[in-house]
Design a protein around this ligand. Structure first.
Ligand code: ARG
Length: 557
């Protein structure tokens, strides 16, 4: 929140530089506590003020910083002004710092940081976030899991910042797999199994019919025919398809709930069969569609026939493809939501796909294509459950729960809890999410159950543990002290460090909301944890702050 300190510094600067304070606020940042030698709380980067590149060593920058520092005056807010490398540094009056930060935390509670001057004046936007998007009857793999937690994080953060967010799950609910499923279900399906465990049963049927179709031409043919019937709108075939879809969604909703994830819309590729045909006509009318000798249709994006910039949008039988359906879906969402930004969260393997989709929208004349953004993430290797490869989201959740329960049982200091299953799941999920969010989203990483469940170090388990400890202190001692504290007791360096760290929370939120990387918030929370375990005076209320960090990851429900 920085508690208005940035604004106060900006006012003084604005008079001196004859610039509006709003333009100065973003050049003033809280000094990270990792830079121990700094006693200042805020710094003004002279470079960013002048809109220059970041060459702090340039002598003129230093001269300008010194000149500026000389002209500035201490006041009731700022008690010391100095210079650093290309910066002017400000130390806030200690008593004011303590009082203001604590009061702000108490007042704002889980909204601390969100009312910051960094966000004031930011227009409320309509944001569509499309994430998770598994394929019905196919594996729910680690990529879908990552998309789910990352998309959920982005949606939570944007919502917390006051934007209007629509969460869409775009299911893979169309294509040849339903031809196979239709045929497979007639051969090996059981109605009871479908009703009681649809995801599992459809997957089994799908695996079996795939094997069968490879050896038996008749099965393959009948699958083809079934899909043809679907494409032609045959009522009976569509009814079965609808049942598969509905039952799968019911199950998804139940499982997503365990993760604290929900969607405003369960959409899917099936919605865009007909609209894709309109897209093809539109492409054709604009002279962008080219027929090939094979009978398929392509869009040539570079104009010079370079094969890597060709996108196939129609099969030889006239049906649409993944990319065509994405074009139709994007146009439809624009009509429906009139979004300012649309974010797609998938693994980096789909980078080119989205580039091509956005480019095609652009050449079709949709200027809003530039409001579409793909957030790609890297591959996680080696996530296995005791049953083997991850096939269902539920497998991962159950594995997390059982491993964590085992860990809890093996640690002597574990307290008896009312609902060990639920506690194990919460703590385990925190472990998974923190591990996943620690690095740059685009990086691949090797997964290890042992590493994520370590109870010490930079793990979600340790974060949850610290939070629980602080919470229990508060339960023991009550919250009365919150209204009546003595600022003089919080002046030793470790306490000031925590106050300084709190000044930075809004910047961290701002950063994550700009580059959509959760790692800034994770590393903020880990630093907060490290700082707080050293200072007893803060322990009683700092859990509030951890909770609000957790909110973005849905580690608290
Ligand atoms: N169902 C797809 C898959 O599992 C992901 C969908 C991503 N979103 C999209 N609009 N194409 O690979």
């Amino acid at each position: 929140m920085a508690c208005g300190f940035r604004r106060s510094i900006a006012y003084q600067l604005s008079r001196l530089l004859d610039l509006p304070p709003e333009n100065l606020i973003k050049s003033i940042s809280a000094v990270p506590i990792s830079r121990k030698e700094e006693v200042a709380d805020f710094q003004l980067s002279v470079d960013s003020l002048l809109g220059n590149n970041n060459d702090h060593s340039r002598p003129d920058i230093q001269v300008q910083a010194t000149r500026l520092a000389e002209k500035l005056k201490c006041d009731t807010v700022v008690s010391e002004i100095s210079t650093g490398q290309g910066t002017v540094n400000f130390k806030i009056n200690r008593e004011l710092l303590t009082k203001t930060v604590l009061q702000q935390v108490i007042k704002d509670g889980s909204k601390y940081g969100l009312n910051s001057e960094l966000f004031s004046g930011l227009p409320q936007k309509k944001i569509v976030v499309e994430f998770s998007s598994p394929n019905v009857a196919k594996k729910f793999h680690v990529g879908h899991l990552r998309s789910t937690i990352i998309g959920n994080f982005i949606a939570n953060l944007k919502e917390a910042l006051g934007h209007q967010v629509t969460r869409i799950n775009y299911l893979g609910d169309w294509g040849m797999q339903f031809g196979l499923l239709g045929t497979g279900f007639q051969l090996f399906g059981y109605e009871e199994k479908l009703q009681s465990n649809p995801l599992q049963h459809l997957f089994e049927v799908y695996v079996q019919v795939n094997k069968e179709a490879a050896d038996n031409k008749n099965v393959a043919k009948s699958a083809h025919e079934f899909f043809q019937r679907l494409e032609l709108g045959d009522m009976q075939a569509l009814e079965l398809w609808q049942k598969f879809r509905d039952l799968s969604i019911e199950e998804y909703v139940r499982i997503y709930k365990r993760l604290g994830v929900h969607f405003d819309e369960y959409s899917g590729e099936s919605f865009y069969r007909e609209k894709s045909q309109e897209v093809l006509k539109l492409l054709d009318s604009k002279g962008l569609l080219q027929k090939t000798i094979k009978g398929t249709a392509i869009v040539n994006l570079s104009g010079n026939g370079d094969p890597s910039s060709i996108c196939t949008v129609m099969r030889s039988d006239g049906t649409s493809l993944y990319a065509t359906r994405d074009l139709a879906a994007a146009i439809d969402r624009m009509d429906k939501y009139n979004f300012d930004t649309m974010i797609y969260v998938t693994d980096k393997g789909q980078k080119k796909h989205f580039q091509q989709v956005f480019q095609m929208l652009q050449i079709m004349g949709y200027d809003w294509a530039e409001r579409c953004q793909h957030v790609p993430f890297g591959v996680v290797q080696g996530m296995k459950t005791r049953r083997g490869e991850v096939t269902f989201l539920e497998d991962v959740l159950n594995e997390i729960r059982s491993r964590m329960l085992q860990n809890m049982a093996s640690i002597k200091t574990t307290k008896e809890v009312e609902n060990p299953q639920e506690t194990a799941e919460r703590v385990g999920l925190a472990a998974l999410i923190i591990q996943d969010f620690k690095g740059v989203l685009l990086s691949d990483y090797q997964f290890s159950w042992d590493r994520i469940f370590q109870s010490r170090g930079d793990t979600g388990v340790f974060l949850q543990y610290t939070h629980a400890r602080l919470h229990s202190l508060e339960e023991t001692f009550g919250c009365g002290y919150l209204n009546d504290f003595n600022t003089a007791c919080l002046q030793e360096p470790q306490s000031v460090s925590i106050l300084q760290h709190l000044l930075r929370f809004d910047e961290v939120l701002y950063r994550s909301s700009q580059d959509l990387q959760p790692r800034h918030i994770v590393s903020y929370l880990l630093t907060l944890r490290n700082a707080v375990i050293q200072v007893s005076a803060f322990q009683c209320w700092i859990h509030l702050l951890m909770e609000l960090g957790f909110d973005f990851f849905k580690l608290r429900q």
